[in-house]
Design a protein around this ligand. Structure first.
Ligand code: G1P
Length: 277
């Protein structure tokens, strides 16, 4: 039912300079796979087959990554390296990739609004922030879990997790009532509050299921934190109508937008691979 997944990928990735000077941060690899490919695989596992990517200047490597490279495939045909392209080839065969650009960095709400051109006006859609690398070794991926919840509640769903109180200022934070195990009906949301003013320590993580009425709401939302159009503020309008659920997902999340989280993810996947051998 949720077929399209939006990937806001226009940001500069300044925390990884100089690596991200000429290369999109979404293409930084965890072992041999770029971050954004992990996100695309999670979206496929959740049932999506259209990947709508919001790019910007200097992001062409993303478009090329999700396209066939005949020359390269010809070069390695019949060699032991051929299998290294099998996964990405599978993705390219199964999915359609669409792109549009966010010309100015005006916030996540603006990036998602730009994505409306790639989506249907009638259908709910998913959003993945590739910086947040999520895994669940014990079952469905995080987006897959959220799709199941959407089928039950038919409203916007955000992924959330508990974070230490002194880190809440890095996140969108929710306030809500737990209506079933790990599911909160959200009543309020605040983007990057001061640590001592946050309504809770339940932080929004980069996975969303949004209903298409969000676009009209974004259009009528004023710039918020840091002068940017925040998806958190648009969702807060929905939350006041009881139309947003927050879901404490099962699994693990790495903040690959930070060097520490990136190294942690690298170690995790390295050990996973080593143990499989
Ligand atoms: C964005 C959102 C924030 C959310 C976070 C999750 O912030 O604005 O609400 O908690 O992603 O990673 P960013 O990390 O892009 O500043």
């Amino acid at each position: 039912m949720i077929k399209k997944c939006l990937f806001p990928a226009a940001g500069y990735g300044t925390r990884f300079l100089p690596a991200t000077k000429a290369m999109p941060k979404e293409m930084l690899p965890i072992l041999t796979k770029p971050l954004i490919q992990y996100g695309v695989e999670e979206a496929m596992d959740a049932g999506c087959d259209v990947m709508a990517i919001i790019t910007g200047r200097g992001k062409r490597a993303i478009t090329d990554h999700f396209d066939i490279s005949y020359e390269l495939e010809h070069q390695i045909q019949g060699s032991s390296k051929e299998k290294m392209l099998a996964d990405i080839r599978h993705i390219i065969d199964k999915c359609t990739f669409t792109y549009t650009r966010q010309n100015e960095m005006k916030g996540l709400g603006d990036a998602i609004y730009k994505g409306s051109a790639l989506l249907s006006e009638l259908d709910p859609f998913a959003v993945i922030l590739a910086d947040d690398l999520c895994v669940n070794p014990d079952g469905d991926g995080i987006l897959g879990q959220m799709v199941k919840l959407y089928e039950k509640y038919k409203c916007c769903i955000v992924a959330c997790m508990e974070v230490p109180q002194d880190e809440v200022h890095k996140y969108g934070v929710i306030e809500g009532n737990e209506i079933e195990d790990g599911v909160f009906m959200v009543s309020n949301m605040v983007e990057k509050p001061d640590n001592d003013k946050a309504p809770s320590n339940l932080a929004v993580i980069g996975r969303y299921i949004l209903t298409p009425d969000i676009f009209d709401i974004i259009k009528n939302t004023k710039p918020g934190k840091n002068g940017e159009l925040q998806i958190t503020d648009a969702l807060c309008t929905q939350a006041k109508k009881g139309m947003v659920m927050a879901y404490k997902f099962k699994g693990k999340r790495f903040d690959c937008g930070s060097v520490d989280g990136f190294v942690e993810a690298t170690n995790y996947f390295y050990n996973l691979e080593k143990n499989q051998k």
